[in-house]
Design a protein around this ligand. Structure first.
Ligand code: ADP
Length: 492
């Protein structure tokens, strides 16, 4: 059974219950009205007066019934009998053998004979005896009557004495107001049920339907939708949690696809990069075998090329191995806190030694102070510097100069390595830290670029929780900035 159906059934049960309660309340109200009325009658006279009046009336009537029934036709006599109860808002009627032998003189407007047959007399408090009064209610549009009946039958004839009380107009008003209220309450109940159904549908059913549709979408593999809502209630929270889950699922699937794509690209790049030097080596070896390298000079040249290509191959495999270990987070880092000034001094010396051998002028400035420390894996960090400097050498033009400046800010240390080489165009600049990216594919292969140097540098710097970026002007040179947090400063 659906929630909607359950709710509708619950509402209808509620309505039925309310109606039953309402109607039983109204019945009680009707009785209450009669009692109130009787009380109001009694209130005007003392109980003794009423008892005396009733007794006198009964005695008179029984006397007439038994001894002088003809007196019923005596208007004046009956009027004197009715006078006993005058002032109590009562009307007297006498019925003998189904004929009304006396109709109230005081309330001649009440035509008891016209509605007495439809009355349903109930026994009063005196029990089911012929001496007790029976009562019945009667109402029409304008009046409400309470009729009390006493059996005054004799052996010869059947007789009834009636006292008829008319409710005050206020009570009659109540009755019609209750009738109107009854209809109003039913309308209000229906309105409540309808509006609650609409509200529940909007609040509960709709979000549930939306979630059901969303799960269908996910089952079919579509994650490009949103069930996000600004609602703050329980359903809003469930929908937003669902949407977050969808977002994370999508992210992880996208990530997986990206990894898969990367893996394919990596395999293609590796195959290509290995193939090129091997093809070249094979060509030269075949040349030697076929006797193309006929003289010693040619032979030396061939062997020299084979040697260089093998070195490139060796370096490429080393870089690949290192990169994949970094990529898979399998390269153990040996972090140590060292003096920043000393570390960069040492690195500067090493760079100067290597670069000057290749005809480069190295300007090194170190603005660090003694107390500054760094938490680094010295070997890996130096590899980063070596890769950058070797690029500065590889991609240099005529001006063989490298400027290195190490500066410190409040919490960071920055190393800037500047060359005066060919520079990198803006579009390519964004991609130089990607694996296997080379600005000039063909030329770089010739000068032994694996396309992994800066990708490796970035991975290592990331492990140091630092950052690396490049600035370059085409034809003028490139500057690579490495930034790393100082260990002597609390970074929290
Ligand atoms: P490679 O081993 O090919 O040098 P890198 O990852 O070190 O690979 O560099 C990626 C690419 O960025 C290089 O192929 C080169 O085109 C470009 N590049 C890097 N450094 C410089 C530089 N200092 N000057 C000019 N181009 C550079």
């Amino acid at each position: 059974m659906s929630v909607r159906l359950k709710l509708i059934i619950t509402y209808f049960i509620l309505i039925l219950l309310s109606l039953v309660l309402l109607i039983s309340g109204m019945i009680r109200t009707t009785r209450q009205m009669a009692e109130d009325f009787a009380e109001s009658v009694l209130a005007e006279k003392s109980i003794e007066d009423v008892a005396t009046a009733a007794l006198n009336t009964l005695v008179d009537i029984e006397y007439i019934l038994r001894h002088e029934p003809a007196l019923f036709n005596d208007e004046n006599h009956m009027m004197s009998v009715e006078e006993n109860v005058d002032g109590m808002n009562m009307a007297l009627f006498v019925e003998s053998d189904d004929v009304f032998v006396y109709n109230s003189h005081v309330r001649s407007d009440i035509k008891l004979s016209t509605f007495v047959d439809g009355l349903d007399f109930q026994n009063g408090h005196g029990g089911d005896t012929s001496d007790s009064f029976q009562s019945a209610d009667y109402s029409n549009e304008d009046h409400y009557y309470m009729v009390l009946r006493r059996d005054v039958s004799t052996e010869d004839q059947e007789g009834f004495l009636y006292f008829v009380y008319e409710a005050e107009s206020k009570n009659a008003m109540h009755w019609s107001v209750y009738g109107g209220m009854y209809r109003l309450i039913v309308v209000i109940l229906i309105l409540i049920v309808v509006s609650m159904t609409v509200m529940i549908t909007r609040l509960v059913i709709k979000p549930l339907n939306k979630l059901e549709e969303a799960t269908d979408e996910i089952r079919q593999g579509n994650l490009d939708f949103s069930v996000k809502t600004s609602r703050k209630d329980e359903f809003g929270r469930v929908m937003n949690a669902f949407d977050t889950m969808r977002g994370e699922l999508k992210h992880s699937i996208d990530q997986q696809m990206l990894y898969e794509e990367n893996r394919k690209e990596l395999i293609a790049s590796i195959s290509h990069d290995l193939k090129t030097p091997i093809t070249s080596i094979k060509g030269y070896v075949e040349g030697i075998r076929d006797g193309v390298a006929s003289d010693e000079e040619k032979m030396d040249k061939y062997l020299e090329v084979i040697y260089h290509k093998s070195n490139d191959l060796d370096k490429l495999i080393d870089d690949l191995f290192l990169f994949s270990k970094l990529d898979l987070n399998r390269l153990p880092f040996d972090f140590k806190t060292v003096s920043a000034k000393r570390f960069f001094e040492d690195s500067g010396d090493e760079i100067r030694m290597d670069a000057t051998k290749q005809g480069f002028e190295v300007n090194f400035s170190n603005a660090l102070s003694e107390e500054m420390t760094l938490c680094v894996d010295q070997q890996q960090f130096k590899r980063v510097i070596t890769n950058i400097v070797s690029n500065a050498v590889k991609y240099s033009l005529d001006k063989k100069k490298i400027d290195i400046a190490v500066t410190a800010s409040e919490s960071m240390i920055t190393m800037a390595i500047r060359d005066y080489g060919k520079g990198i165009e803006a579009e390519a600049l964004e991609r130089i830290f990607e694996k296997f990216y080379r600005v000039d594919q063909a030329r770089n292969m010739d000068i032994g670029g694996s396309g992994l140097g800066l990708a490796i540098a970035k991975q290592i710097i990331n492990r140091h929780e630092g950052s690396i970026r490049a600035e370059s002007v085409l034809g003028k040179g490139t500057t690579i900035y490495i930034e790393i947090g100082r260990a002597d400063i609390n970074h929290e």
